[in-house]
Write a protein that binds this ligand. Structure first.
Ligand SMILES: Cc1cc2nc3c(=O)[nH]c(=O)nc-3n(C[C@H](O)[C@H](O)[C@H](O)COP(=O)(O)OP(=O)(O)OC[C@H]3O[C@@H](n4cnc5c(N)ncnc54)[C@H](O)[C@@H]3O)c2cc1C
Length: 306
């Protein structure tokens, strides 16, 4: 399999798709979703399942942004560490948030099993310690079980190094319930399913403005209008003006994922995802043809994905 320089590895390994027809004239619906990433597609699909007439507008292509080019790690929790969240909102609220994230994990697990099991690329997430602290690993294991019902396995230094051939790592914590997906194929499968269910998806259809009209809204694109009772904004940080309130609440950040050529190596002997508690939060995993997918680092110096 070869990857063209204009493509991501995910694009090179996803089925070719036709871009949806452009929207012209006037369309009407109960709910207009703006943004065709995972947030928009999932919302559209769930509203359609509950009987709403839904139109989704996407500036470029479905999941061209973060949703189709992320690390593909699916598991309970958040990008911020659990201790940091507890400090900010307290244990009870953190537990409620954690349950919400577990609901999201189960949603993806269930939908992939239903739509196309081959979207799932692997199982398990290992966080390796760069210091020799067996008691710390046990404490974290106990805390995650007691406070969040999460059953983690502690791997000894020997077990860790048998999987990851380096003396930098000592003990590790493995979450066997996390899993790894092909994010672009997942988003596309979800969008296809939504479309079959009746969601009208328009690509190359940037929403330019939203204005109130009667009891609803009119969403304008370059060549069309959508009349909707409700509008859901799912634009992440990619549109800084379409909805003032939510745009001001979002801090745009950039982070990266890089994929190597196929490697001949014996250092990584597991298909689990791996993170290693470095401050920069790097993570990596082997992918299909023994390439290494490596991601991490977050900066507020954003630039558009190439
Ligand atoms: C490099 C990287 C790695 C990541 N790794 C992971 C991971 O391993 N696990 C994990 O859980 N999360 C990961 N994430 C985070 C995850 O990808 C995002 O949280 C998620 O994809 C956000 O989905 P979204 O739909 O909100 O946004 P996006 O995927 O950014 O989609 C927003 C969409 O809105 C569209 N849009 C914007 N403005 C308009 C407009 N005016 N009209 C029409 N459409 C518009 C955009 O074109 C875009 O398609 C990663 C993110 C990045 C960047």
């Amino acid at each position: 399999m070869s990857v063209k320089s204009s493509q991501t590895w995910y694009e090179a390994t996803a089925p070719a798709r036709e871009v949806a027809a452009p929207l012209r004239g006037v369309d009407a619906c109960d709910v207009c979703i703006i943004g065709g990433g995972l947030a928009g597609i999932t919302t559209a699909r769930e509203l359609q399942r509950r009987g709403r007439i839904v139109v989704l507008l996407e500036t470029k292509r479905i999941a061209w942004a973060a949703s189709g080019r992320n690390g593909g790690f699916v598991g309970n929790g958040f990008a911020a560490g659990i201790a940091e969240i507890i400090e900010r909102v307290g244990l009870k609220n953190t537990q409620a948030l954690y349950r919400l994230s577990a609901h999201g994990t189960e949603y993806i697990r269930r939908e992939i099993a239903r739509l196309d099991a081959s979207i799932r690329m692997g199982d398990g997430w290992i966080v390796a310690q760069r210091i020799n602290d067996p008691a710390g690993a046990r404490r974290r294991q106990e805390m995650m079980l007691r406070d969040f019902g999460e059953g983690l396995e502690v791997l000894s230094t020997e077990q860790t190094r048998a999987l990851l051939h380096t003396e930098r790592y000592f003990q590790s914590l493995k979450n066997p319930h996390s899993f790894i997906i092909h994010p672009l194929r997942y988003a596309q499968a979800l969008a296809d399913d939504a479309r079959h269910g009746g969601v009208k998806i328009y690509e190359n259809a940037a929403a330019l403005s939203v204005r109130e009209a009667g009891s609803g809204f009119i969403v304008r694109t370059a060549h069309a209008e959508v009349h909707a009772q409700h509008v859901v904004h799912c634009v992440s940080s990619l549109d800084r003006r379409i909805h003032d309130l939510s745009c001001r609440a979002v801090l745009p950040v950039a982070t990266y994922v890089a994929v190597t050529e196929p490697l001949k190596q014996d250092a990584i002997r597991t298909r689990c995802g791996i993170g290693d508690m470095r401050r920069a939060g790097d993570y990596y995993r082997l992918i299909t043809d023994d390439r290494l997918l490596w991601g991490g680092r977050i900066t507020t110096r954003v630039s558009a994905p190439l």
